[in-house]
Write a protein that binds this ligand. Structure first.
Ligand code: BES
Ligand code: ZN
Length: 632
């Protein structure tokens, strides 16, 4: 063996395995990972370091078919590797030499799927402490991560479309791997798509123009060279066009949507500059945004290099693009430094919500950012009112539950309020400096709440400041600690005066609302009393055309009021809204409100019966419980 190779091999073995305790250590992580209750993996014994996919979507059968070639770092004593799988059909598992490997799939558990244990071949002396295994498999038509859209569900209406949604534990329904956010993996992929369609992924696009395989399918190639948590693996295939926005930014969308999207997101370069100035270099080369068909169940998903976004943020006036600032911010908080388990989810979303407002402050100024912050504080208060006390802690305990249960405004807004509290005590300069160092020191590593707490106490706060911030109360206590700074936006205070006038009987035509932004409108609508006479709603509607608003946030808020007050003139718009988009954040409150009365229940069931086939499983999982639950 040439000297260089031997040196490299020994170095790799030392990194991958500590000889004293016979465990695999994550090369990027010096600390022992806590156990992830949402994964079967035993990464101390054998862990996946790289995934190489070769997949062909079959749109007629709604299946992805192909192979996953996994690179595995193993401890000396490990004779098997454990993966997470859910609803996958495994055809064979072989070693890189083609030998068949034995495997066993355990019983399926709700959310978690099954444990897949694969026997690893005995190691011979020529092998490094890493193995390659090849899994031939196909996904189920019902795979929770994958939505297969009929042409009717797309803007173009001609070609089908597919996209995946990995977070939190859905990647295991389309990729057999260790599906835990603490187990980072690089990946590459070859995707074979029908003629006329384009594949995009959360990775660098290495496709050559017009490459075809032997079956005549278009070939697309991708590589993600940074180790990422598997919930960020993402794929979309459809009639997808591209428009460049800047030197390393652009927009993908269906051809009829792409120009509108490029105009809406024209500030992305400015957002990038603001984020880099505050938190250090962007480490993912390109930043593109894929605008999906309207059934995408989230507002946005921070898939690296390629944010996935709902078309409902295309308001035409850039008024909802703070969502892009949010997903871009995840390029630091979430994708660089990642919650080690879903109990630490606030480390992803709380930091990101804080940074989102900071980016928007750079772009639009403090008065604008303060509107966002105050609306967020209201969401936070609502969450505290609605949730069980234990679910209002930042550090959660989601054992035995769907990690989606942690997706509340506690993670987002209480998390952000915690950072705002630190800022109020140490000042921006010191917090910014700390955060910049935090991202550098922990880049491409998992983070637990406990490690973070320790680090803040050791490297940011003085003992006196710890007394003032009370980090333990924020993290392990219920509700909102009293030291949370209260944001008072002047613009929203002015809206409150208009609400008071309106409540006092002032006509809609006399309200000073002509120049209101989306955020001012949202505040106004949220501040209206629970009960408003129909005549007064009609007045507002005819003055401000709320039922035909093209702004999904304003429309959603207005329709909630319409249901509450049985304001029937808005019901056609309600049915249209619920059957034309599938963003869960809009669906949940509207169906919930309808289910509160017998007439509303009838309406909800009627609309849902028509709409359900168009929603993603993430949305139906939630709405089934609201509309179809026995007694509901
Ligand atoms: N990462 C989240 C979406 C998510 C969280 C999906 C947990 C699945 C499980 C994303 O960054 C997000 O927070 N999206 C928000 C928008 C944001 C502006 C609050 C959404 O989709 O509404
Ligand atoms: Zn987020």
């Amino acid at each position: 063996m040439p000297v260089m190779n031997r040196v490299a091999l020994v170095a790799f073995a030392a990194l991958a395995c500590s000889p004293t305790d016979d465990t695999v250590t994550d090369t990027g992580n010096q600390r022992t990972l806590p156990r992830d209750v949402h994964s079967y993996a035993q990464p101390d014994s054998a862990r996946v370091t790289h995934v190489s996919l070769d997949l062909t979507p079959d749109f007629a059968a709604k299946r992805l078919r192909g192979t996953a070639r996994l690179t595995i770092a193993r401890a000396a004593s490990a004779d098997s590797v454990v993966l997470d799988v859910r609803d996958l059909t495994i055809t064979s598992i072989t070693s890189s030499r083609g030998d068949t490997l034995g495997f066993k799939i355990g019983a399926a558990r709700e959310f978690l799927g099954s444990r897949l244990a694969i026997a690893l071949p005995a190691r011979d002396s020529t092998q490094a402490q890493s193995d390659t295994i090849v899994i031939a498999y196909e996904t189920a038509p019902t795979a929770a991560a994958v939505q297969w859209l009929a042409p009717q569900q797309t803007a173009g209406k001609k070609l089908p479309f597919l996209f995946t949604q990995g977070q939190a534990v859905l990647t295991r329904t389309w990729v057999p791997t260790q599906d835990s956010p603490g187990i980072r993996q690089t990946y590459d992929a070859t995707i074979h798509a029908p003629a006329g369609m384009r594949a995009v992924m959360s990775a660098e696009n290495l496709s050559k123009a017009d490459e075809k395989d032997s079956a005549g399918l278009s070939v697309f190639r991708f590589r993600m060279a940074n180790p990422i948590p598997p919930y960020l693996f993402a794929l979309a295939v459809g009639d997808i066009a591209f428009r460049s926005i800047g030197s390393n930014t652009g927009v993908y969308a269906e051809p009829s949507v792409v120009e509108r999207a490029a105009a809406e997101f024209s500030e992305v370069d400015a957002m990038m500059a603001a984020a880099e100035k505050l938190y250090g270099p962007y480490r993912w080369k390109r930043y593109d945004i894929l605008v999906l068909p309207p059934s995408f169940p989230f507002g946005g998903m921070e898939n690296p290099m390629l944010t996935f976004a709902t078309p409902t943020i295309l308001a035409g006036d850039r008024s909802l693009v703070s969502l892009v600032a949010h997903e871009l911010a995840h390029s630091w908080s979430g994708n660089l430094v990642t919650n080690a388990t879903w109990d630490d989810f606030w480390i992803n979303e709380g930091f990101t919500t804080y940074i989102e407002a900071r980016i928007m402050e750079e772009l639009r100024g403090k008065p604008y950012a303060d509107m966002l912050r105050q609306l967020g504080q209201q969401d936070m208060q609502d969450a505290v009112t609605e949730l069980d006390s234990a679910d209002t802690h930042l550090k959660l305990n989601l054992a035995g539950r769907d990690p989606d249960d942690g997706l509340t405004d506690i993670a987002y807004e209480k998390g952000s309020a915690f950072l705002q509290t630190i800022e109020s005590v140490v000042g921006r300069t010191r917090l910014d400096q700390y955060l910049r160092g935090y991202f550098d020191r922990n880049a491409f590593k998992p983070m637990t709440t406990e490690w973070l707490l320790e680090d803040i106490k050791a490297s940011l706060l003085t003992p006196a400041e710890i007394e003032r911030v009370k980090p333990d109360a924020w993290i392990n206590g219920a509700g909102i600690p009293t030291n949370a700074p209260v944001v008072r936006s002047n613009a929203l205070a002015a809206v409150d005066s208009q609400v008071a006038r309106w409540n006092g009987g002032t006509a809609a035509s006399a309200l000073q609302a002509a120049k209101w932004s989306t955020q001012e409108w949202l505040h106004f609508l949220r501040a209206l009393p629970d009960t408003v006479p129909n005549a007064r709603l009609a007045e507002l509607d005819s003055q401000f055309r709320l039922s035909s608003s093209g702004n999904a946030e304003i429309l959603g808020q207005w329709l909630l009021i319409a249901i509450r007050n049985k304001y029937e003139p808005a019901f056609p718009a309600l049915a249209r809204f619920l059957t034309s988009q599938g963003r869960r954040k809009f669906l949940t409150p509207l169906y919930t409100e309808m289910m509160k009365t017998p007439w509303g229940t009838t309406m909800a069931r009627d609309i849902y019966r028509r709409a359900r086939p168009t929603y993603h499983s993430v949305a139906t999982g939630t709405i089934d419980k609201i509309v179809l639950a026995p007694g509901g």
